[in-house]
Design a protein around this ligand. Structure first.
Ligand SMILES: NC(=O)c1ccc[n+]([C@@H]2O[C@H](COP(=O)([O-])OP(=O)(O)OC[C@H]3O[C@@H](n4cnc5c(N)ncnc54)[C@H](O)[C@@H]3O)[C@@H](O)[C@H]2O)c1
Length: 396
């Protein structure tokens, strides 16, 4: 007689028992999760509370925007894939706003439409500030497809998710790079957009998608075209900390500080034969504190069926040479400067006419002062020579 069945039975019962225990354990854990019990405040609209999704909130501008929104009592969800941002910035924000229902961080890639859709399904957003992007002109000329994908295609993902889940307000991070190299300065919002590098083209395409969609929806849209962003939180809580591997593509302020810290031997100024007063490029630098203020004002003035497009700059152009001198003063380091050939994709002179945003959003650049903005940013850099990885690790 084969009695293997009866021998196997105790084994099967054991497995069954284990499965029951595991299932009960999972249900217990799930029940303790706020989402299961329906007590997750992020998933419900609450009268008097505006819940803003900040994409790219672990990055430089997004983290400063999140700080301002939280300070102003908004509820904030940050979505970031940490490809370029810093978990350290999120931690700073979490420490500043630990109360339940103020801030949540979701690690996700916005290129993943299913993940984005799930985030919108599980959360009750009132508005989206879409900062997440790869954002280096030089890099975009080397990796154009990455830029079109990350900027243009991902904006489409966000818009589709917003449409599917009834989120009706979008504040979009655009750039003066969408104008290319206009013949006439200053740049107004009416200046033709003729971008000359993949970064500017990808942002222009994203703008076009948003504008076409807005014609057929009642979405409130604000497109902010930033000029060159500098500075950091005046209270020294946040700063600009790009990944070391991105240094070669980095922006001028980062390079100046790296040179002052001795991380790089000196500063490379690319292009001295532009048709400008001293041969170096002219840019319109805007302090990040002013920039995030423009976002909050844009959010406040956003209305259904309305599109607002605004330049965010000071209206004053400063040359790279002037910038370098201001940086030397701010850091009190006599930074070594090498003057090199032009960089592909760069344009000679760019500065804004900010009168439209002054008039319609009652916004002006109050904080921006090249010297002061760089001094503020330098204080953070000096106390965070390794970015968010080792705060106060070194005093210079
Ligand atoms: N810094 C400037 O001078 C400047 C000027 C004009 C416009 N902008 C725009 O402002 C926005 C923010 O720029 P920044 O300087 O803070 O850049 P940043 O690199 O510091 O921040 C971008 C953030 O987006 C995240 N991100 C990128 N791709 C993502 C993805 N697929 N899914 C989820 N997260 C993703 C990164 O991890 C990072 O945290 C960008 O849209 C940029 O184009 C910046």
């Amino acid at each position: 007689m084969d009695n293997s069945d009866s021998r196997r039975k105790p084994h099967v019962y054991g497995k069954l028992l284990m499965a029951v225990i595991l299932t009960a354990f999972c249900i217990l854990i799930l029940k303790q999760s706020p989402k299961f019990s329906g007590s997750n405040v992020f998933s419900r609209h609450e009268p008097g509370v505006t819940h803003v999704l900040v994409t790219g909130g672990a990055g430089y501008i997004g983290s400063h925007a999140a700080l301002r929104l939280l300070t102003d009592s908004y509820r904030v969800t940050i979505v970031d894939n940490l490809s370029r941002g810093n978990l350290g910035a999120i931690r700073v924000l979490q420490q500043l706003f630990p109360e339940p229902g103020r801030l949540q961080f979701i690690f996700a890639d916005l290129g993943d439409a299913r993940a984005a859709n799930r985030i919108f399904a599980e959360n009750a957003f009132d508005a989206v500030m879409h900062f997440a992007a790869v954002a280096y002109v030089g890099e975009s000329t080397l990796e154009p497809l990455r830029y079109y994908h990350n900027i243009t295609a991902n904006t489409l993902v966000i818009l589709e998710a917003m449409a599917a889940h009834g989120v009706k307000t979008l504040i979009y991070s655009s750039t003066c790079a969408t104008y290319g190299e206009p013949e006439k300065m200053p740049i107004t919002e009416e200046t033709p957009q003729l971008p000359i590098n993949p970064y500017g083209k990808a942002k222009k395409m994203a703008e076009d998608i948003i504008l076409d969609f807005s014609k057929r929806s009642d979405m409130a849209v604000m497109i902010l075209r930033y000029f060159n962003v500098i500075g950091s939180d005046p209270e020294g809580r946040l700063g600009e900390a790009p990944r070391p591997e991105l240094r070669e593509h980095g922006r001028i302020s980062g390079a100046c500080f790296d040179a002052a810290l001795g991380i790089i031997p000196g500063l490379k100024v690319k292009g001295t034969d532009y048709a400008t007063s001293d041969g170096t490029c002219i840019r319109d630098y805007i302090d990040v504190t002013d920039l995030v203020d423009a976002h909050v004002k844009a959010l406040d003035k956003a209305r259904p069926n309305k599109v607002g497009i605004y330049n965010v700059g000071t209206g004053k152009g400063r040359s790279v040479k002037e910038f370098v001198e201001a940086c030397k003063k701010a850091t009190e380091v006599n930074i070594k400067v090498d003057y090199l050939e032009r960089r592909p994709g760069d344009y000679a002179e760019v500065y804004s006419d900010p009168s439209k945003i002054n008039l319609e959003l009652n916004w002006t650049a109050h904080y921006t002062d090249l010297q002061k903005s760089l001094s503020t940013a330098w204080r953070w850099q000096k106390s965070h020579p390794n970015g968010y990885r080792s705060p106060s690790a070194m005093s210079v």
